[in-house]
Design a protein around this ligand. Structure first.
Ligand SMILES: Cc1ncc(C[n+]2csc(CCOP(=O)(O)OP(=O)(O)O)c2C)c(N)n1
Ligand SMILES: [Mg+2]
Length: 597
């Protein structure tokens, strides 16, 4: 519905409370619009069709009116989950995901997700209502008083406030551009309560809206940068391609696959780049990671940053002598941000541009005569990989009692293989690390997880958004601790009847369930939860399907049924409480006490 028609929508029952109750046209006699409708129309004109949020003062009517105007309004139980949903919707679609919250506490609840989105380069816009500017600025104690703009600023890519209805179009346009252009990230848009009730001439309002043209312009890499990269790559004896989630975000799937296949270079996918090429691809070196990183002589990074997840490109992981020593590799890095280069080690061939343009420019320089890497290298990688895969197959074939991470994930692996379009959401420590290494992905952007921060709490927000955005079944593999951060959203999953199958890997706690309180006191150890908890009963409270699974066979049956029926399902998968390790795969990051216990 356009601006000209807003007078009709402002008289619908959905918009008859609070500030929106007055009919602007009745008051002035001219066709008017107001802040509420301008926000909605500014989003709609830019193709925003979904809002993830939580109602309350001053945005309750905005949620109602958005729904009335055809935007899908997905209401959550906590803003952090709505924020995570918006962020991952942005990752999946390249359109900014919108999270809508109330002022101060609601805003703060959404802020963690906004910061996480920025860290992960997911485009999202947190729109929060805010209190009376005049009172906030004089700190006179308004309802939910807080200088939200100032607080948001250091945690996101850009932050804007709109004070006048005629500026809503510009505000929304700026937020969209900031979120998706260049390196994507989180944007905060502050909308004070007074703005929503402001009215203005409907025609002028319509003219004030901006349909953003080319919101994420291509950034073409320079020819000399491409030449430098190709020279390095061609001369490599032991080349390696590293695919990051930036590569997955770029939606340049066919070209990225061609790059790997035409050069014949082994590749390693970062967690959320799994499936960009099927994990079963003959050039995948995923199962030989600890061999290829120190051995490679030239590494091409595609949308992957040399942060902690890649040991900062140096140290023992890369064949360096000490933890600060470089391994001697030469790096080619494709990234949209020039500032990413040399952030940890020297980048010998920076290629700055959008990933699609960079990869296609590289491909243009890779002809039929391109030399494949030396057979010696390819054989060494393949041997190492096949040996590790065979070792893993032995472990997966075991059927221990109680069920452990491996025997449970052997089931998940089969279910994902049989349903390659399903989206896998994953968080936890052991529940995360084992899933990442055991469950193969077959298609791009099907694995959504804790990302750069290793943050707990993304689970149900990601699951809701994945189902809403894609319409595909979602499988969420959750540590029991991880699940607790967003578990109440099982109500949301049931309310919208989403095809989400949550599997809680219940090992009675954080990492494992075996710690004891050294004092002998009644309190459990800090990492331990109620033993034998029945998470499956949570979803039953809202009409979903709960299953208690203690064997791989029970888990398989329940997951197959969940995917087939598309009914909201929560499976409490009982995992050996002794099976996990502290912090999963990142034990080494725990500080060691100087004073021994
Ligand atoms: C927001 C946040 N709080 C705390 C942590 C620390 N942390 C890392 S993993 C984890 C939970 C691990 O337990 P669980 O999810 O049950 O996985 P398990 O290893 O038991 O399979 C926690 C609390 C975090 N990463 N993020
Ligand atoms: Mg656990």
């Amino acid at each position: 519905m356009g601006i000209a028609e807003t007078k009709r929508s402002s008289s619908t029952p959905a918009s008859t409370s609070g500030a929106a109750a007055s009919d602007p046209q009745a008051e002035s006699g001219a066709a008017l619009t107001d802040g509420f409708h301008l926000v909605i129309d500014a989003l709609k004109v830019n193709g925003i069709d979904t809002i993830f949020g939580l109602p309350g003062i001053p945005i309750t009517d905005l949620t109602r009116m958005a729904q009335a105007e055809g935007i899908r309004m997905i209401s959550f139980r906590h803003e952090q989950n709505a924020g995570n949903a918006a962020a991952i919707a942005g990752f999946m679609t390249q359109k900014p995901g919108i999270c809508l919250t109330v002022s101060a506490p609601g805003f703060l609840n959404g802020l963690t997700a906004l910061a996480n989105a920025t860290t992960n380069c997911f485009p999202m816009i947190l729109i929060s209502g805010s209190s009376e500017r005049e009172i906030v600025d004089l700190q006179q104690g308004d309802y939910e008083e807080m200088d939200q703009l100032a607080i948001a600023k250091p945690l996101c890519k850009a932050a804007f406030r709109v004070l006048h209805a005629e500026d809503i179009g510009v505000g929304v346009a700026r937020a969209i551009r900031a979120a998706v252009s260049g390196r994507p990230g989180g944007v905060y848009l502050d909308l004070p309560a007074k703005l929503f009730a402001q009215s203005m001439d409907a025609e002028a309002g319509k003219r004030s809206l901006i349909q953003v043209v080319d919101p994420a312009p291509r950034q073409i890499p320079a020819a000399d940068a491409i030449g430098r990269a190709l020279d390095l790559l061609e001369g490599a004896k032991r080349p390696l391609i590293l695919l990051g989630k930036g590569a997955a975000y770029a939606q340049a799937d066919a070209d990225i696959r061609s790059l790997v296949e035409k050069t014949g270079i082994p590749y390693l996918p970062m967690s959320m780049a799994k499936g960009l090429l099927p994990d079963t691809h003959e050039l995948s070196a995923a199962a030989a990671r600890s061999f290829v990183l120190p051995e490679a002589d030239v590494v091409l990074l595609v949308g992957a940053r040399l942060n902690w997840l890649l040991s900062h490109g140096k140290g023992k992981t890369w064949g360096g002598k000490g933890h600060k020593d470089a391994g001697g590799q030469k790096f080619i890095q494709i990234d949209i941000s020039p500032q990413e280069m040399d952030s940890n080690v020297r980048i010998d061939a920076p290629v700055v541009g959008d990933i699609g343009s960079c990869v296609s420019a590289l491909l243009a320089g890779i002809g039929a005569a391109w030399p494949k890497p030396p057979a010696e290298w390819l054989t060494a990688v393949a041997e190492r990989r096949d040996r590790n895969i065979a070792k893993m197959a032995e472990t997966l074939a075991k059927d221990p009692v109680p069920m452990n991470f491996h025997s449970a994930l052997n089931v998940v692996r089969d279910i994902v293989k049989a349903n390659p379009d399903a989206i896998l959401v994953n968080e936890g420590a052991n529940a995360l690390d084992f899933t990442r290494s055991i469950v193969d992905m077959y298609k791009p952007r099907k694995r959504l997880d804790v990302g750069t921060w290793g943050v707990m709490g993304i689970g149900m927000g990601f699951a809701v958004a994945a189902a809403v955005v894609s319409g595909e079944p979602v499988i969420a593999i959750e540590g029991d601790s991880a699940f607790g951060f967003s578990g109440m959203e099982v109500e949301t999953i049931c309310r919208y009847n989403l095809p989400v199958c949550v599997v809680v890997f219940n090992n009675n706690g954080v990492y494992r369930g075996t710690d004891v309180n050294p004092t002998g006191g009644a309190d459990l150890a800090p990492t331990v939860f109620v033993k034998g908890a029945r998470y499956d009963r949570l979803i039953e409270a809202f009409g979903g399907v709960g299953v208690h699974a203690t064997t791989p066979a029970e888990l398989r049956r329940a997951m197959e049924e969940a995917v087939r029926s598309r009914r909201p399902t929560l499976i409490n998968a009982v995992i050996d409480e002794t099976a996990g390790t502290e912090s999963g795969r990142i034990t080494s990051l725990n500080p060691t006490a100087g004073k021994k216990k």
